[in-house]
Design a protein. Structure first.
Length: 243
């Protein structure tokens, strides 16, 4: 019994050194690998240089320089455009010296008109001198011109514009008012057959009405069209603004 027990103990003692050797060897290799990975990873983070605020400053300065250059260029362009506009405006104003200046910049500037009908002037414009009226048998001013025309003749727009009023009164009969911008035409003694409406746009030479005999205050005169022209709200002689 004793011999058997002694042999078993000796056998166990011979195996332990070998197993322990390989066990410690594997553990050592694991520790070495883990340490190497940790050191490399830590070194990588240490070697990565973060972007500092000082390094960002050159980029910001370059961007600011570009923005400043763009702003300066834009300002120079605006100044140049303004100077050109002022030069054109001064030149245009000199060319219109004989024409009353318009009140609103948003309105078109018209420098001439064409008569709404072709015919002789049977009564001239007069804003101061009194003219005898055959119908009223008195002397009075005449804020427009009377152009001889046959009843039924076509009546045309004196210029481009928009119809702002279609009216009828005892003095001038049926009338159409056309706003040309800085000028306003009022054509009277028309027929009641008017096919246009207030707000309609018309072009120079476009038919807008036909001649009638609706002006009671001028009924004794020959058939005609009564034509008034206003420039900036003031009645003027239409003959002075013919093309």
């Amino acid at each position: 019994m004793k011999k058997l027990i002694i042999k078993k103990k000796e056998k166990r003692k011979k195996l332990n050194p070998k197993v322990m050797f390989y066990t410690f060897l594997m553990m050592a290799l694991g520790v070495i690998w883990l340490g190497s990975y940790t050191v490399n990873d830590h070194t990588k983070h240490l070697t990565e240089k973060p972007v500092s605020k000082e390094e960002e400053k050159p980029v910001s300065k370059a961007a600011n320089k570009e923005v400043n250059t763009t702003d300066t260029k834009k300002n120079n362009e605006e100044i140049l455009i303004k100077e050109i506009e002022e030069t054109l405006e001064n030149t245009t104003n000199n060319e219109r010296a004989s024409l009353p200046s318009p009140k609103g910049d948003e309105k078109a500037v018209i420098t001439y008109i064409k008569l709404p009908v072709s015919g002789d002037i049977i009564k001239p414009f007069s804003d101061s001198e009194l003219i005898y009226s055959e119908t009223m048998a008195d002397y009075r001013t005449h804020p427009g011109i009377d152009i001889q025309s046959n009843i039924g003749d076509d009546v045309f727009s004196p210029q481009n514009g928009k119809i702002t009023e279609i009216s009828k009164d005892e003095e001038l009969g049926y009338s159409i008012t056309v706003d040309h911008g800085n000028m306003i035409s009022k054509i009277s003694n028309l027929s009641s057959k008017i096919n246009l409406n207030v707000g309609d746009k018309v072009n120079l030479g476009q038919k807008i009405a036909i001649c009638g005999d609706s002006a009671d205050y001028e009924i004794a005169d020959k058939p005609h069209i009564h034509y008034e022209l206003k420039v900036n709200g003031v009645n003027v002689d239409p003959l002075e603004y013919l093309e």
